[in-house]
Ligand binder design. Structure first.
Ligand code: FNR
Length: 369
């Protein structure tokens, strides 16, 4: 059983920092170069204040909502993060089962250490999205899409912000590579090269992997290609501007996932919660909009919902949960966030998600004018 002294996401992060091997901890924790955006993702959320309303009968509360037409019990879900078996032996399976237990969506990364089919059999009742990276080898890519469809995944999340991987200094210093007993599980039978992350003389093994296999030539035409290939709804992940959100709508995206990839791609982009507002405005209700990046408390999630996000996704918090206690740890993280969001709703006069309206938040600088 896990230590009951871990009562918030930050407690888990501190504990995970103590117990994870250096190579894995640094890979999970890092942002790009100076890590300004890594800090600003969090700081920007704190710049928003909640305007609580009172005497509004909060005796019966629900956090239920829908994502792409699927009912979820909480308005937050699990973002795709690569290589979760570095945190706990059953990695992605543990995470997906935890998401299912709480009744929300789990997103599997293309570069996971557990395969599409394993996730389907380990977490059959969990709502599952598949995050897609497009490989130069389009047959490999098409096969991933077909396997996700066959395995009952409900959406494709196309990550648009990764023509190559950002410069993460700790991974360069560590010459990051996957521990030898782990591989990219979605490629076990196909091209051997896509299964392994090799040590790189020059720097990070994962950056070398991406450079040799991912397609950096992608354009909006490739979104159209993907749309022709699949009947699944397509969510575009990594959008940071109104311009790209509108191009995404035009290309037929069913969802826009506002994200700076956990500050891991280019340092100095806007914090996710700030980009969210311009995208909500541009999209104007024509598709669902999600957000991730730096969310670690119920109050954080509340603010993004007030600003118009349909769902908030979490990456690192689940990795800290997995590191501290496998499936139980991941479930604890989700339950902590659920409890905190419920408390925030009760204390600010919201009995349902629809009650969390734009006027319930205000930016800090309003008060210094
Ligand atoms: C990621 N992220 C990511 N995104 C993606 O589309 N495919 C992937 O394989 C990964 N892998 C990955 C690994 C690790 C260790 C991290 C921290 C992040 C980005 C992820 O989906 C999400 O955008 C961020 O993690 C959200 O920020 P927080 O919640 O970690 O602050």
């Amino acid at each position: 059983a896990m230590s009951s002294s871990l009562v918030c996401v930050q407690d888990y992060e501190e504990q995970a920092t103590k117990i994870l091997p250096r190579n894995a901890l640094d890979y999970y924790r890092s942002g790009a170069t100076r890590e300004i955006t890594l800090q600003e993702n969090k700081d920007a959320i704190k710049r928003w204040y909640i305007r609580p309303r009172f005497l509004r009968d909060v005796s019966k509360r629900s956090m239920q909502t829908t994502v792409l037409g699927h009912t979820v019990n909480v308005p937050f879900g699990v973002a795709p993060t690569a290589m979760q078996r570095m945190a706990t032996p059953d990695g992605e399976s543990a995470n997906a089962r935890a998401a299912g237990k709480i009744g929300t969506v789990f997103t599997l990364s293309t570069i996971a250490t557990t395969s599409i089919e394993e996730i389907a059999s380990e977490a059959p009742d969990t709502l599952r999205f598949f995050q897609l990276y497009i490989y130069k080898d389009r047959a490999v890519t098409a096969s991933l899409v077909k396997r996700a469809e066959a395995a009952g995944f409900s959406a494709l999340v196309l990550t648009v912000d990764a023509p190559h991987f950002g410069i993460r200094l700790a991974d360069l210093r560590n010459k990051f590579t996957l521990p030898p007993h782990l591989g990219m599980a979605n490629f076990q039978t196909g091209d051997e090269k896509s299964n392994r992350v090799n040590t790189s003389a020059g720097g990070s093994g994962i950056n070398e992997y991406v450079k040799s296999l991912f397609d950096p030539s992608l354009t909006w035409d490739d979104v159209a290609w993907l749309k022709r290939l699949t009947h699944l709804p397509i969510v575009l992940k990594g959008i940071l501007t109104a311009e790209d959100a509108l191009l995404g709508l035009k290309a037929g995206a069913t969802g826009i996932w506002v994200s700076n990839h956990g500050a891991r791609q280019v340092d100095g982009v806007p914090p996710s919660i700030e980009a969210l507002s311009e995208i909500i405005k541009a999209v104007d209700g024509r598709c669902e909009v999600y957000v991730d990046g730096g969310f670690s408390e119920g109050t954080d999630i509340f603010k993004a919902l007030a600003l118009g996000a349909r769902m908030v996704f979490l990456g690192r918090p689940l990795l800290w949960g997995l590191a501290c206690g496998g499936e139980e740890g991941a479930l604890n993280i989700l339950n902590i966030l659920k409890g905190e969001l419920d408390s925030t709703m009760a204390l600010s006069g919201c009995a349902s998600i629809n009650d969390i309206t734009k006027d319930m938040v205000i930016r800090k600088d309003h008060y210094s004018r």
